[in-house]
Design a protein around this ligand. Structure first.
Ligand code: P6P
Length: 335
């Protein structure tokens, strides 16, 4: 395949689909550059003063790692001056981050989990950045959290960077999913996979099975059938993978198929699942659907959910289409 850069891809996509206005292209390039900077910081490990806890808690009640805060700052500083954004929102910040008055305001809103999977930093396991792009409502003057309350179908772009053996950027602007590998010598993102498609069938699941005793019956039924393997109703054996970095698990599923599940459980009905809708589930659902997969909350399409709060959580079932449809059916049948 002739290798093209992220910039060339975006310009060609603009010509072909007229779906990437110059301001959106600038936004994507700025986010991609920020992910390069995050990759550099993450890669320092113990050689840089970047490991360990920041001795602070985020709005999720989670202890923040130094790299959570560093990554959040990198994305804020990279994006606030360009004139392409009206506001930002992050897993690491309670409220929205309006663009400072000293900079022009743009027509897009950027949401992100700056460093997903940060519990894996100290053990040198792949982590990543997840981002979602919405358009600011027409006529908006002063951005509020309510302006972000748009369903995932309104995303104009979504993607993630995975900081693993390679640093990769995975992006969709609504016309398929394309992957770019960071050429560290040149400092550029080079397209290495075009129009990725997830196999509709799979025999590999990503589920944190240690929570099984807390699951609701449909999820317990589905998991028991996976465990029963060839002798059970599924008639085949299954394999398990759980990285505990959503970005790494989703990237494996994008690459070879699979199903990723983080279900609601009985422990805290006010927190249905662990993952957050606006900057984890929605962008990953757009990527997965654009690659021919499916993404539901166990009952409906994640992208159709009307949000009510910036940090609301949602159960997540995503990946190979036929598998997601089966487990979703188990949930809707029990209604
Ligand atoms: P558990 C990381 O903290 C994260 O938000 C996702 O990236 C990951 O899939 C999940 O939580 C892991 O959760 O309960 O297995 O640690």
């Amino acid at each position: 395949m002739k290798r093209i850069s992220l910039t060339q891809h975006l310009i060609e996509a603009q010509r072909l689909h007229n779906s990437i206005p110059a301001e959106l292209r600038l936004l994507i390039e700025v986010v991609a550059r920020a992910c390069k900077t995050i990759s550099h910081s993450v890669g320092k490990g113990a050689l840089g003063d970047v490991l360990g806890s920041a001795s602070s808690e985020n709005v999720q009640g989670e202890i923040q790692k130094k790299l959570d805060i560093i990554s959040n700052e990198i994305l804020l500083q990279a994006n606030e001056w360009g004139g392409h954004l009206a506001a930002m929102a992050s897993e690491e910040m309670e409220g929205i981050h309006p663009i400072p008055n000293r900079y022009p305001m743009g027509e897009y809103m950027l949401l992100f989990d700056p460093l997903d999977g940060s519990s894996n930093i100290e053990v040198n396991v792949s982590i990543g950045t997840i981002f979602s792009v919405l358009k600011a409502p027409e006529g908006m003057v002063t951005p509020t959290e309510q302006d972000f309350m748009q369903p995932g179908t309104m995303q104009v772009a979504a993607g993630y960077a995975v900081y693993g053996p390679q640093t990769m950027l995975v992006l969709s602007t609504g016309n398929g999913v394309h992957c770019f590998t960071l050429d560290r010598e040149m400092g550029s993102w080079v397209m290495t996979q075009r129009d990725v498609k997830i196999p509709e069938e799979t025999s590999e699941f990503a589920i944190n099975a240690s929570n099984a005793r807390h699951w609701y019956p449909p999820m317990q039924r589905y998991f028991e059938e996976l465990q029963a393997g060839k002798a059970g109703p599924r008639g085949r054996d299954f394999n398990m993978r759980w990285v505990a970095s959503m970005v790494a698990d989703v990237h494996r599923i994008l690459t070879r198929g699979g199903i990723f599940i983080y279900p609601a459980d009985v422990r805290d009905p006010s927190k249905p699942g662990k993952l957050r809708l606006m900057y984890e589930a929605n962008p990953m659902a757009m990527i997965v659907e654009q690659a021919g997969g499916a993404a539901t909350d166990g009952k409906r399409r994640i992208l159709d959910i009307q949000p009510h709060a910036l940090h609301q959580r949602v159960p997540v079932f995503l990946g190979s289409k036929n598998e997601v449809e089966l487990v979703t059916r188990y949930h809707t049948e029990q209604l």
